[in-house]
Write a protein that binds this ligand. Structure first.
Ligand code: ZN
Length: 473
C-alpha cells in the first residue's frame, strides 16, 4: 500500500512538500521554502524529516519559491537524484533560486557582522550559489501530457495549471500493486480570468486529490471591472500629468500587466509614451515568457500576433511588439534616470509588496506628489510598506527617509493568479464518479474551512490534513 505524508503548506501557504512512498520507491513532491516572518522562516533551518538517501525522484509543480525554494538545501544535504518539472519551470528556477541564494548569502553576511561584534560564532547561509548550480544540473524538463517513469512503479504526467508559466498539476500513478492508484496534486491552480496562459486542465479520474485552497473562501472581483478601473487610473494620470507606479511580482503578474497595457495601447487608449519595466529579474522572466509563447491561450496569442505595430526591431511578435512604448531599465543608472521623469510615465518595478527592490526609490520620488498614482495589483501582506499604503498611511519610511503620502493609491482586485472558490469547486467537480478522496492544502485555516463548507453544500466531502499526517493512497 502506498502512503502520502503531508510535510509542508499544510497549516499555511508556504513550504509546500509532500512525500509519496510506494512499496518500491519514494518520491518527493515540491520542496518549498517557508516564507513570512522570522518564526515561520525558522522552519527552513529544521532537518528534513525523511532520509534523503531514500528519495528516488523529486517532482516540482512550479517555480514559485514556496514550492521550489528548499531544493538547493536538499541538494546541499546530499540529494543527487533527478528533479522533474516542465522546461519553462527549469528556466524560471534558474533565475529565482539564484536570486534566493544571493539574498540568503547577503543576509548571512550582515548577520555575521553583527555576531562578530557581539563575540558570537558566525552562521552559514541556508544555501549558496554553488548549491543552486548543483541543483540546476539535476533538473529535467518534461512536456505537459507526457508520461515519464520517475521511479520504479511510479509514472508522472504534468498537466497545465494556468497559474504561472510552466506551472503544472501533478499526476502520479503508482503501480506497485494491482489495480494501480492515482494521486493528483493540483499545485497552484490559475485564475481562469487571467491573461496569457490557458486555464487549468481538468482531470477525470483519481483515487486521491490534493487541492490548493489559497482563495478557498473568496471570489475575485470581475476582470472587466478591474480593467475598467485600470483604464480610468491611466486616463486620470495622463490628464493630471502624474506618473503611475505599479509594484509588481516578477513572475506572472508583471507579464499580465504588460499584456493589459498592450491591449489599451492597441485600442488607442494608452496616452503614456514611456512604460518602463525597472526590475532585472522581471525583465529576465519576461524574456522567458517570450520563449514559451506556445503555451499562451489561443485568444491572447492571436491578439499578440495580429497587433497593429510595424516595429521591425523584433523578429517575432511578442509582448514587446504588442506594447511598443515598453522599455527595460536594466542597469542602476537607467533606473536612477527615471527619478528625473516627473510626469507621464508608467513604471513597473519590484518588489510587489514594496519591501525591497527598485520600487522603493520610485515611491520615494513620487509618493509626495499629489498627481502621482500607485496601483497595487497583488496581495499586500500585513506589515509590509505596500499594506500600509493600501491601508491609508499618510507618511511612510521609504529608502531611509520619511515620505509624505500625497499620491493617489489604488488597489485593483481582479489580477489574482489563483483560482477563486467557485473556480476550485468547478475544477474538482470535473472528476467523475466514484469521486476521489479530497484533501485541502496550501491555504490559511479560514480559507480551507470556507472551501470545505462550500464543497459540503454540494455533497463533496473534503478533509483538512494536519502537518506530518500520513494517509494511504
Ligand atoms: Zn504559486
Amino acid at each position: 500500500m502506498a502512503t502520502l505524508t503531508f510535510l509542508g503548506a499544510v497549516e499555511g501557504v508556504t513550504g509546500s512538500m509532500h512525500l509519496l512512498k510506494s512499496r518500491t520507491a519514494t518520491v518527493l513532491l515540491d520542496c518549498g521554502l517557508f516564507q513570512g516572518g522570522r518564526k515561520v522562516e525558522a522552519l527552513n533551518l529544521q532537518d528534513f524529516s525523511f532520509s534523503i538517501d531514500d528519495i528516488d525522484a523529486v517532482v516540482l509543480s512550479h517555480a514559485h519559491l514556496d514550492h521550489s525554494g528548499r531544493l538547493p538545501l536538499l541538494v546541499r544535504k546530499g540529494y543527487r537524484g533527478p528533479i522533474y518539472m516542465t522546461s519553462a519551470t527549469c528556466d524560471l528556477i534558474d533565475i529565482m533560486l539564484k536570486d534566493a541564494a544571493s539574498l540568503q548569502m547577503r543576509d548571512a553576511e550582515w548577520e555575521n557582522k553583527r555576531r562578530q561584534r557581539a563575540g558570537k560564532d558566525p552562521v552559514e547561509p541556508l544555501y549558496t550559489l554553488d548549491d543552486v548550480e548543483q541543483t540546476l544540473r539535476l533538473c529535467q524538463g518534461v512536456d505537459y501530457n507526457t508520461n515519464t517513469q520517475v521511479a520504479q512503479d511510479i509514472m508522472l504526467t504534468l498537466h497545465e495549471a494556468g497559474h504561472i508559466l510552466g506551472s503544472s498539476i501533478v499526476e502520479l500513478v503508482v503501480s506497485d500493486t494491482s489495480p494501480s492508484r492515482k494521486l493528483v496534486f493540483s499545485g497552484d491552480l490559475g485564475n481562469a480570468q487571467a491573461a496569457l496562459l490557458r486555464d487549468p486542465a481538468y482531470i477525470k479520474d483519481a483515487n486521491v486529490v490534493l487541492m490548493e485552497s489559497t482563495y478557498g473562501d473568496r471570489e475575485h472581483r470581475s476582470m472587466q471591472a478591474t480593467l475598467d478601473e485600470f483604464e480610468e487610473v491611466i486616463t486620470t494620470a495622463s490628464a493630471d500629468g502624474g506618473n503611475i507606479l505599479i509594484p509588481s511580482f516578477a513572475v506572472g503578474r508583471t507579464q499580465e500587466i504588460i499584456f493589459r497595457l498592450g491591449e489599451l495601447y492597441q485600442k488607442g487608449k494608452l496616452p503614456q509614451q514611456l512604460i518602463c519595466l525597472d526590475s532585472p529579474m522581471a525583465i529576465a522572466v519576461t524574456e522567458i515568457y517570450h520563449r514559451y509563447q506556445d503555451v499562451y491561450n489561443r485568444e491572447d496569442k492571436a491578439r499578440i500576433e495580429n497587433d497593429s505595430s510595424s516595429d521591425t526591431k523584433y523578429k517575432q511578435k511578442s509582448l514587446h511588439t504588442f506594447l511598443p512604448p515598453l522599455r527595460y531599465a536594466v542597469s542602476t543608472e537607467e533606473s536612477v534616470a527615471l527619478n528625473r521623469v516627473d510626469r507621464g510615465a508608467i513604471i513597473i518595478a519590484g518588489s510587489g509588496m514594496c519591501n525591497g527592490g527598485r520600487i522603493r526609490h520610485h515611491l520615494k520620488h513620487n509618493l509626495w506628489r499629489r498627481h502621482s498614482h500607485v496601483v497595487f495589483v497583488g496581495y499586500q501582506a500585513v506589515g509590509t510598506p505596500g499594506r500600509k499604503l493600501v491601508d491609508g498611511a499618510k507618511r511612510i519610511r521609504m529608502a531611509g527617509e520619511s515620505i509624505a503620502v500625497n499620491a493617489q493609491i489604488h488597489t485593483l482586485g481582479g489580477f489574482s493568479a489563483h483560482a477563486s472558490q467557485s473556480q476550485l469547486i468547478d475544477w474538482f467537480s470535473h472528476f467523475t464518479a466514484p469521486r476521489p478522496r479530497l484533501f485541502l492544502v496550501h491555504g490559511e485555516d479560514t480559507a480551507k474551512q470556507g472551501l470545505k463548507k462550500a464543497l459540503s453544500e454540494r455533497d463533496i466531502h473534503a478533509a483538512i490534513p494536519v502537518e506530518v499526517q500520513t494517509i494511504e493512497i
